[in-house]
Design a protein around this ligand. Structure first.
Ligand code: B4P
Length: 191
């Protein structure tokens, strides 16, 4: 099984590259951002809690996202593998993911991190905000807050996988197809 984590700050291109990776490797896509936005659209209790935090650029509580991932793993037991997009975002989420996968005798194969500088992140997200209608992409202050959340809570997750020898960093600046080629080269070494 190929179990891949796509990692990086908000706007690094995780969603964009996930689509291409899924098409090539036939993986199940688990994006906690998409799952949370779908809860918000449905108006569920979970969605209401998540919306208040997401609209402020803050992370949703660990228990909420871990529970969502657990359900999805259970629903897709015979998958060829998974791509975790935007998850784990804290060390606690990483530990929970390792425990969940171990229950199925599985583990993370590799974490691929997209490296993009803050100016480019800001410009991409403000640009997406013009058409996406996403409240968290609407202004510079909110985007900076998300980047700050990433630097303080999410960046340590990279060390967690680096210590396990499962971390690869890729330059996420430039052409989308060239970045995808670099990602596939990295993944193929772990197949
Ligand atoms: P997410 O939905 O995960 O989204 P993201 O980090 O904003 O974006 P992504 O990196 O996927 O960027 P994309 O490819 O779209 O998170 C949203 C919120 O949900 C979080 O802030 C948090 O509140 C909550 N949340 C989610 N998961 C959580 C968790 N596990 N724990 C707690 N809270 C959680 O790219 C962005 C833009 O750049 C697009 O417009 C794209 O077209 C463009 N782009 C992509 N690649 C490009 C390239 N190479 N060149 C130019 N533009 C490019």
């Amino acid at each position: 099984m190929l179990n891949l984590i796509l990692f990086g700050p908000p706007g690094a291109g995780k969603g964009t590259q996930s689509e291409k990776i899924i098409a090539k490797y036939n993986l199940i896509h688990l994006s906690t951002g998409d799952l949370l936005r779908s809860e918000i659209r449905e108006g569920s209790e979970l969605g209401l809690t998540a919306k208040t935090l997401m609209d402020q650029g803050l992370l949703v509580p660990d228990e909420v996202v871990i529970g969502m991932i657990e359900h999805k793993l259970r629903d897709h037991r015979d998958a060829a593998g998974f791509i975790f997009d935007g998850f784990p975002r804290t060390v606690k989420q990483s530990q929970a993911l390792d425990e969940l996968l171990a229950r199925y005798d599985e583990s993370i194969s590799v974490m691929v991190a997209l490296v993009v500088n803050d100016d480019e992140l800001l410009s991409r997200l403000l640009n997406r905000g013009k058409t996406s209608g996403r409240p968290d992409d609407q202004n510079e202050e909110l985007i900076s807050k998300r980047i700050h959340e990433y630097n303080s809570k999410t960046k340590p997750v990279a060390d967690y996988y680096q210590e396990q020898g499962k971390f690869v960093a890729i330059d996420g600046m430039g052409n989308i197809d060239s970045i995808f080629e670099e990602i596939t080269r990295a993944i193929n070494k772990f197949l």
